[in-house]
Design a protein around this ligand. Structure first.
Ligand SMILES: [Zn+2]
Ligand SMILES: [Zn+2]
Ligand SMILES: [Zn+2]
Length: 668
């Protein structure tokens, strides 16, 4: 350690420039609390300056101690022993170390074995056995096929004999198993350092390594404060300030040297104010570090209040937006929700900044900034409120959508107008216009068209127009469907227009009946034809169509009759003739029922049929008798053969039923 340290020259700074630097440091620190440096400087109410001195001393101390030393010495084989020498009776600073060692040497009881020569074995704690290493003391080891087996090392005992001792005892190494040692007194020397500082103040608190001996020779910038004086390494004869004196042990310690350094710390208290209260920023040291005495509360309260205002403004904007979109689904879909919301969010930022201005102390506020912020805020809200108030569904847009054929869009526009009660007259007119478009579009399906016409209308005239369209379309469709013979659709149409076109409905029901009759006729289902043509619905069909249907019915019946009669004439045998006559009679009965032909023709044909049936019966009887005879002949030819059964050919009985060929037992 050098004994002549030249203090680094202190840069003289004028109080005003120091204060300016302190202010700048405080403003920089404050800027982290949401206030600009300019605003902070304007918020400063006063600056207090205090120069705080402190000193420290580095003491070098030599410490001497008298201690007992011993070694095994020469073997004595004797029980004689002296008490060990007492170090406390010797002053380490007045004695000669070599002479002391020589003169204090004695033979004394061994401290390691208390004269016993042997000591307890530390490996087995004197038990002479220690845990087996092969099984960790358990006596069992893992077997080859899983499970466990007895430990081969200790034979399942778990412990083995201790190899380090004999019966738990070992020879004492301190005395070489002699029980006696040589003991004497020695002087131990040690050099210590000690740092004392005074007073503890804000400036010294900034001096980080104040009490580290190495810091005495550190570069000046490490200290944080100005070094005023470095006294250099001085002998203990040099007077030392009371507070810096070393703490010494009167017996063992002697001061070797002392080095005193004096420092000066500048502490600036920068008092400031906001609209919400007063605070202070304290900076100290050559680097103007902010101390723990600083109070940021007014600034953090201002920040919180500004945030509260900003968040409130955001909520207000969200509320406006919520009102806008909740009025009607139209506004979210076709309105300007972004134009309502975005300006209010921007305005919230301006509100946040304006609140920051308002919560400053009056001298720090900027009138122009406030004016600008409030102006921008108001402008944003004007835009948002404008977007809120203006716009909405209009008749023009609805009309344009209608013209463009975009019915969905037109429907949305008109529904919104109706729901919001806007331009009632126009909205009703447009609703009817859209309704008419939809009616016209359903032209291909008269049933659907009728359903649409039956929905509510705003103006009776529009309804009349729609009914006219429906009427014309229904008539055309009725003609077309009747031509196709589609009874099902005709019936559905009749039901659909029943309440709308009372004059069209009966004709449709009638045509439906005629179409069904025609279908039955095609399928030769004459009872069905008769039923349909006789139904009250058929009576409502157009007269000439009903007549045509009846004529077709008659024509079909007459054709059937004529064909049957032709078959009668062409019949080769009585059975066919009888069948044809039966058919012809059926046709005649139907014709009579349809109001055609006479009872007389029917009777005549009936008698003819009776004649034919009588002939048939006679013929059958003959055939039966023949068969009987043939059977008897056959039976005769079979006699004796033991068959006992005859074959009978198929024949007609007298009542006209047919008996198929079979065998029966012989009659006796
Ligand atoms: Zn010993
Ligand atoms: Zn073992
Ligand atoms: Zn042992």
């Amino acid at each position: 350690m050098s004994s002549s340290v030249v203090p680094e020259p202190v840069v003289p700074s004028s109080p005003s420039s120091l204060e300016e630097s302190a202010l700048a440091a405080a403003a920089r620190a404050a800027s982290r609390h949401g206030i600009t440096e300019r605003e902070f400087r304007a918020s400063v109410t006063s600056v207090e300056h205090a120069a705080e001195p402190y000193q420290r001393a580095l003491h070098v101390i030599e410490r001497r101690r008298v201690v007992v030393r011993w070694d095994a010495g020469a073997p004595t084989r004797s029980t004689h022993a002296e008490p060990p020498p007492d170090p406390s009776r010797v002053d380490p600073w007045s004695v000669d170390a070599e002479q002391l060692a020589r003169e204090s040497r004695v033979v004394t009881v061994c401290l390691g074995c208390q004269g016993e020569k042997k000591r307890s074995c530390s490996d087995c704690a004197g038990t002479a056995r220690r845990a087996c290493g092969g099984c960790a003391g358990s006596g069992r080891v893992p077997g080859a096929k899983g499970g466990t087996k007895n430990c081969p090392t200790c034979r399942a005992r778990g412990d083995v004999k201790c190899t380090a001792c004999t019966s738990g005892k070992i020879d004492c190494v301190t005395c070489g198993a002699d029980g006696r040692v040589d003991a004497w007194l020695a002087v131990e020397k040690e050099v210590l350092t000690q740092v004392q500082s005074h007073p503890a103040n804000r400036a010294s608190a900034l001096h980080g390594k104040l009490t580290l001996p190495a810091d005495f020779d550190a570069p000046a910038r490490a200290w944080g404060n100005r070094l005023v004086e470095d006294g250099g390494v001085q002998p203990p004869t040099q007077p030392c300030p009371e507070a810096l004196r070393p703490q010494l042990n009167a017996v063992e310690d002697r001061l070797v040297s002392t080095r005193v350094q004096a420092f000066m710390g500048d502490v600036f208290r920068v008092n400031y104010a906001t609209a919400r209260g007063r605070g202070v920023v304290e900076v100290a040291g050559v680097r103007f570090a902010v101390t723990g005495a600083t109070v940021w509360t007014p600034l953090s309260q201002r920040t919180k209040a500004s945030w509260a205002v900003g968040i409130g403004a955001v909520l207000a904007g969200l509320l406006l937006w919520g009102l806008y979109v909740s009025r009607h689904a139209w506004f979210a879909k076709h309105g300007q929700p972004a134009l309502v919301l975005l300006p209010t969010l921007i305005a919230a930022f301006f509100a946040f900044k304006a609140a920051g201005q308002r919560f400053l102390a009056p001298p720090a506020r900027s009138a122009s900034a406030q004016k600008g912020l409030f102006g921008a805020l108001a402008a944003c809200w004007l835009v948002a409120l404008g977007a809120f108030g203006l716009g909405g569904p209009t008749a023009q847009r609805a009309q344009a959508a209608l013209d463009a054929g975009d019915r969905l869009r037109a429907r949305e526009e008109i529904d919104a107008m109706v729901s919001l009660g806007r331009d009632r007259e126009a909205s009703e007119r447009l609703a009817d216009a859209l309704h008419q478009v939809e009616v016209r579009l359903a032209e291909t399906n008269p049933v659907e068209q009728a359903r649409r016409v039956s929905e509510s209308w705003n103006s009776p005239r529009a309804r009349e127009e729609a009914l006219a369209v429906l009427r014309a379309n229904t008539r055309a469709a009725s003609d077309a469907r009747f031509k196709e013979g589609d009874a099902r659709v005709l019936g559905a149409m009749a039901r659909a227009v029943e309440g709308l076109l009372p004059e069209e409905s009966p004709g449709l029901y009638g045509r439906a009946a005629l179409a069904r009759a025609s279908a039955c006729l095609k399928g030769q289902d004459f009872p069905c034809v008769e039923e349909e043509l006789a139904s009250p619905a058929a009576a409502r069909a157009p007269a000439e169509e009903l007549a045509a249907a009846r004529a077709a019915h008659l024509a079909a019946l007459e054709t059937g009759r004529d064909e049957a009669l032709a078959r009668v004439a062409a019949a080769r045998d009585l059975a066919a003739q009888r069948q044809a006559l039966d058919d012809a009679l059926g046709w005649l009965r139907r014709l009579l029922k349809a109001g055609h032909g006479t009872e007389a023709t029917l009777t005549a044909l009936g008698q003819r049929l009776a004649g034919v049936e009588a002939q048939l019966a006679a013929e059958k009887k003959r055939a039966e008798e023949q068969a009987e005879r043939a059977a008897q002949i056959e039976a005769a030819s079979y006699s004796g053969s033991g068959g006992g059964r005859v074959h009978v050919k198929g024949y007609h009985r007298k009542d006209g039923t047919y008996v198929s060929p079979h065998t029966r037992s012989r009659r006796r």
